[in-house]
Design a protein around this ligand. Structure first.
Ligand code: SF4
Length: 327
């Protein structure tokens, strides 16, 4: 790990100001990923602005929406009564990720900013276009069993690691940010970028911006929702595939649907194609299968991860069946 200066910020304005004076510095929240990346010499900030004391750890209902401070810990969000009752897919997604110890430290803002677990990215000795542009991608011709099959490019196929973000894109969440230039908000769906020719650019967050909150709109039918995660072992493991789904059924037809996928996309993946198949159809297995086929129609698997294609479809179908059976 390299030497770095350490600052403790008291307010968002203080944190933004401190970072503005440290061109090679970065914010330190829960530190559950940043410290690993510093030890592995993947990230080498020369200053850490500790934002753990910022007053951004509240969860509040505001005009029907749920306003979640960026410093809310993952475990607190998962256990919050409003999340458990109004957005169960989000609570389940959070509880399916990491370990209790990590969830107690990891923050909502940090979870959104998670970086890939691609092993080539995490070893500075290996080629990786994301870590060091134009050095090549070791994974495409190498080990890529865990990698993405949707949204890939010939520069990068890294899968997005977050479970929480999959549920949040299904729920139309909005990210709020602040900097010396003012405040702005973007839908989470637009926050993460596809790798394209510039996999090193991962989000729309600009240098100097601080994520202050995430907002989830009122979505009454999300009370009947689920997050289904398939992985190599039962806990403390990233998704091979996952699905966050919600459907609203009235008079024998699906009136509204949300489908988002994890473990398969280079960003948290909203499956609009699947939602279009579901809406105005009867809730039955053959329709769920059609929706799953539509969701994966654009997939480009490699030799080691082509199993994800069928696994992701089955995950969607089972998640929809589970939601249909909810009271
Ligand atoms: Fe790097 Fe992306 Fe290739 Fe992994 S998949 S080696 S992160 S460029």
């Amino acid at each position: 790990m390299n030497a770095f200066r350490y600052f403790e910020a008291a307010t968002p304005e203080n944190a933004i100001g401190l970072l503005a004076g440290e061109p090679y510095g970065t914010f330190l929240a829960g530190g559950t990923l940043l410290i690993d990346l510093m030890k592995q010499r993947v990230e080498l900030p020369d200053a850490l602005i500790d934002i753990n004391r910022l007053p951004l750890a509240e969860i509040e209902e505001q005009g029907g929406a749920l306003h979640i401070g960026a410093m809310v810990r993952n475990s607190d969000l998962a256990d919050h009564p409003a999340v458990r009752s109004r957005y169960p897919m989000l609570s389940q997604a959070l509880l399916s990720g990491a370990s209790p110890q990590l969830r107690n430290m990891a923050t909502v803002g940090g979870n959104i900013m998670q970086r890939t677990r691609c092993p080539y990215f995490r070893d500075p000795e290996l080629p990786c276009n994301k870590r060091e542009p134009n050095t090549g991608c070791g994974a495409i011709a190498g080990y890529h069993r865990m990698h993405a099959i949707l949204g890939t490019s010939d520069k990068c196929i890294a899968v997005h690691p977050s479970d929480m973000c999959v549920a949040l894109v299904a729920l139309d969440a909005i990210v709020h940010m602040e900097s010396t230039a003012g405040k702005r908000s973007v839908p989470l769906l637009e926050f993460h970028l596809l790798p394209g020719d510039t996999p090193e650019e991962e989000t729309v967050l600009q240098r100097g911006e601080l994520i202050t909150a995430v907002e989830i709109p009122d979505l009454p039918f999300a009370r009947r929702s689920t997050y289904l995660k398939v992985r190599d072992r039962a806990s403390y493991e990233f998704a091979l595939t996952s699905a966050a789904v919600a459907i609203e059924v009235k008079d024998g037809k699906i009136r509204a649907a949300r489908v988002a996928l994890g473990g398969v996309g280079t960003k948290p993946w909203r499956a609009y194609e699947a939602e279009r198949v579901l809406v105005d159809s009867a809730p039955r297995g053959s329709v769920y299968r059609q929706a799953a086929e539509a969701a994966l129609a654009g997939a480009r698997p490699g030799s080691q991860n082509k199993f994800k294609l069928e696994l992701a479809k089955e995950t969607i179908v089972r998640a929809l069946e589970q939601v249909e059976e909810l009271p």
